[in-house]
Ligand binder design. Structure first.
Ligand SMILES: *Cc1c(COP(=O)(O)O)cnc(C)c1O
Length: 389
């Protein structure tokens, strides 16, 4: 595809960044495993000299992801955490970050256990009220970092309003768009400086790759991130780039199915007598419902809920499930269920978990694209086991 302008997302997901291989006519992007590329003379080459600096399969993926996010530049990494780290490495000692309070546990760990010792400070807060974000900005703040929908409480933050705060303060806004994907939400259109992804999740979609990406239209930031990608070296393998490219082709159909399945399950859970509370932005009673409806094309495939009966009931529930695998991660075609307090969010201090509402009865679902009534039956089996415990 020569110019991605003017095409719809479903078309971009299949064609952007890619064109038939000129050497063979192969329709699908080749996996170029070469670590080095021949030069006609010193410094005279076709744009690639060494695979850490640049690789054709990676270039195709970066072009596709950038087009999907409406960004000029795509920079990919060996994991979502490597992408996050590269963004933080654009800052320097003494800088400050304002961070959402309910971010991915690994993101919190990078701030708390890695960047802090290099002199980067951060303030975590609930960003539901943009005025509070503005109030948290200090003279040395350089970046606002948020996730929406957040993990695992599925809070919704108003990207456009927080982008306004960022612009007025002259700081960058990074949105971790892993949960929504560009099919449901495009942070750059709403004023964010960059969209950050764990491509491990929905973008690849088949739970068989770990990867990350940053998408931005800021030329200077992109240049710095490309420099860090090459210099620090957290690059994805050509094979993994190919896998994500392949997964992206069905992103549109998968996301529509994830949303449809999750909507039905959220309704079902909200009527169930063993469920104390459901967190899903698609439900009218969710505090972020209106903002979510405005900035998203669908509420996504992630649901959290509080099961009656605490840890014992939650354990019995998770053990009894047959289709939902009890596992960390999310965004694959298969359904997963997990216990945030013990699994994904164990790296958060207990007080922080309590403040967020991550209790012993909280269960997080990644609703896959299996048959909806089979999924519901599976959850019924879990509820029965929790009752019988
Ligand atoms: C998984 C995840 C990450 C980290 O990505 P990895 O690919 O596991 O390094 C970051 N943010 C969110 C929202 C995630 O779900």
């Amino acid at each position: 595809m020569r110019d991605p302008q003017g095409f719809a997302l479903d078309t971009l997901a299949i064609h952007a960044g890619q064109s038939p291989d000129p050497s063979s006519g192969a329709v699908m992007t080749p996996i170029v495993l070469a670590s080095t590329f021949v030069q006609d003379g010193p410094g005279v080459h076709q744009g690639y000299d060494y695979s850490r600096a640049g690789n054709p399969t990676r270039t195709a993926l970066e072009g596709c992801l950038a087009a999907l996010e409406g960004a000029k530049h795509g920079i990919t990494f060996g994991s979502g955490c490597a992408a996050t780290t590269a963004v933080l490495l654009t800052l320097k000692t003494g800088d400050h970050v304002v961070c959402g309070d309910d971010v991915y546990g690994g993101t919190f760990r990078i701030f708390d256990k890695v960047m802090k010792q290099w002199g980067l400070s951060s303030t975590s807060l609930d960003m539901s009220d943009p005025a509070k974000v503005a109030a948290a900005i200090k003279p040395n703040t350089r970046l606002i970092w948020l996730e929406t929908p957040s993990n695992p409480m599925l809070k919704i933050f108003d990207i456009a309003a927080i982008a306004d705060v960022a612009k007025k303060a002259g700081v960058m806004l990074a949105v971790d768009n892993t949960f929504a994907t560009p099919m449901l939400q495009r942070p750059l259109d709403l004023g964010a400086t960059m969209s950050v992804h764990s491509t491990t999740k929905y973008l690849n979609g088949h739970s068989d790759v770990v990867g990350g990406a940053v998408l931005t239209s800021d030329d200077a930031l992109a240049e710095r991130l490309h420099f860090l990608q090459k210099s620090v070296g957290g690059v994805p393998s050509p094979f993994d780039c190919y896998m994500v490219l392949r997964g992206l082709k069905t992103l549109g159909v998968r996301m529509r199915q994830h949303v449809e399945g999750a909507r039905g399950i959220a309704e079902f859970l909200s009527k169930h007598e063993q469920v104390k509370r459901v967190y899903y932005p698609g439900l009218a009673g969710h505090p972020g419902h209106a903002v979510g409806a405005r900035q998203m094309r669908g509420p996504g495939g992630m649901i959290s809920f509080e099961l009656d009966g605490g840890l014992q009931a939650a354990s019995a529930f998770l053990k009894a499930l047959e289709i939902f695998a009890c596992a960390e991660s999310l965004g694959g075609v298969e359904s997963l269920a997990e216990h945030p307090a013990i699994m994904t969010h164990a790296s958060l201090p207990a007080e922080a978990r309590a403040a967020l509402g991550i209790g012993d009865g909280l269960i997080r679902l990644s609703v896959g694209i299996e048959d909806a009534s089979d999924l519901r039956k599976d959850l019924e089996t879990g509820f029965a086991a929790a009752r019988a415990r």
